[in-house]
Ligand binder design. Structure first.
Ligand SMILES: C[S@@+](CC[C@H](N)C(=O)[O-])C[C@H]1O[C@@H](n2cnc3c(N)ncnc32)[C@H](O)[C@@H]1O
Length: 272
């Protein structure tokens, strides 16, 4: 439906939400799921001691995890409040206000690992995601990795709606109940957000833009199918690509059924 407004809507909506929500991210610690842990474990031995760039670092949840691998660490984010929160939380680490679409502050072939966690890459429109892939590729040294996760166009999150009280992933009964009550409580606000943002949503078959359940359907994010994401990674110059599931970190092949996976992890490598 839209192409013209894709940049404006994602930047206007998402950036403001994150600018105003640093406090929420300041309390996050540890892995968000097994996919994240497995994807970093997969590259840990190859990137240990090398420079690491943490894109969309938020309030620094991933900083201690990545610092286990290297002393040469830098986190960037495009919101002032997140950078301030990350600096407060980890005063001796390096954080810079910068946009993942423009990594011109960093030289070619420098980093051993570029990491973009928690579906941060989906915050921008389709063309800008491609720009981020190219920038990540440019700043990676031979043998380097770009690791990120992204909302799955073919998964349950693409059709998630505020009035859906069922969780998208298996969880303990207590959490199912908590989740349903929270969703009910949030329903008026979520529905209002959803209706407002849905106007600019679209589905292009293998990718689309839609309100995401995060922040009470108050952000609009890119969804991409696994095959389309692998194709864009190849076009951006990555040589080998592994895909891992969110809930258990298991690797899947390019023809796998991903309909149960809200998001997927991509481990993309440049040849050594
Ligand atoms: C879902 S939050 C995740 C924060 C953190 N990585 C974590 O896992 O706790 C996404 C973060 O990406 C940042 N972000 C989104 N698009 C960005 C861009 N183009 N450049 C830099 N940061 C971006 C947002 O400001 C936000 O802090």
């Amino acid at each position: 439906m839209i192409a013209v407004g894709e940049l404006e809507i994602t930047d206007a909506v998402n950036r403001e939400v994150w600018e105003n929500n640093a406090a929420f991210f300041e309390h996050l610690i540890g892995w968000i799921d097994q996919g994240e842990e497995a994807s970093l474990n997969r590259v840990a031995d190859d990137v240990r001691g090398l420079p690491i760039l943490d894109l969309g670092v938020g309030a620094g949840r991933t900083t201690p995890l990545l610092r286990l691998l290297t002393r040469d660490y830098i986190g960037i984010d495009y919101t002032v409040s997140m950078i301030a929160a990350a600096r407060r939380r980890h005063p001796s680490e390096r954080f810079v206000l910068a946009d993942a679409r423009d990594l011109s502050a960093f030289p070619d072939a420098h980093f051993g690992l570029v990491f973009f966690s928690f579906n941060g890459i989906d915050a921008v429109g389709h063309d800008d995601r491609v720009r981020i892939l190219k920038e990540a590729r440019r700043v990676l040294r031979p043998g380097g990795y770009f690791v990120f996760n992204s909302h799955n166009h073919d998964g349950p999150s693409f059709t998630d709606r505020p009035w859906n009280l069922r969780p998208l992933a298996p969880m303990a009964t207590r959490r199912v109940i908590y989740n349903a009550i929270r969703r009910l409580w949030e329903l008026p606000g979520s529905t209002k957000n959803f209706r407002r943002l849905q106007r600019d949503a679209f589905d292009a078959g293998t990718h689309g833009l839609y309100p995401s359940a995060s922040h009470q359907f108050g952000i609009v994010v890119a969804f991409v199918s696994m095959k389309a994401q692998i194709d864009s990674l190849r076009t951006a110059g990555f040589d080998s690509i592994a895909v891992l599931r969110d809930h258990d970190g298991a690797a899947v092949d390019a023809n796998a059924d991903t309909s149960a996976n809200a998001w997927l992890y991509y481990v993309a490598r440049v040849n050594a």
